[in-house]
Design a protein around this ligand. Sequence first.
Ligand SMILES: [Zn+2]
Length: 123
Amino acid sequence: MLDKKLAAEIEKKLAEQEKEFSRQVDRLTKEDPFMRQERSSERIPEFVEESREVQEKEIVDEERSLLEEQLKDTQAALARIKEGKYGICENCGEEIEPARLKANPQARYCLDCKEKLSAQESA
Ligand SMILES: [Zn+2]
């Protein structure tokens, strides 16, 4: 089992990351050029303007979905702490190495499974 001190440290870190990720997702939502366009009554009809906005939106969307993913992982990790299931590999049910959790508190798998799973993904 994780020792209490490390568990508390990880929970604090996850709570901070959760706040930070939500703040960034919010910021990107506000920056979304399409959202901006909806809010303003003016439309800029020029093609150049539109394609620039499409590019901008793609970048923002990509960044946002990455952040949303991280936010989801962080919230899932916090939920596992509450359920008392934190630090257990979701694949093999073994304990995840504490050093790994410290470096990556969102980790859902032990190192062995992570390696196996990512090998499958890239295959
Ligand atoms: Zn495992």
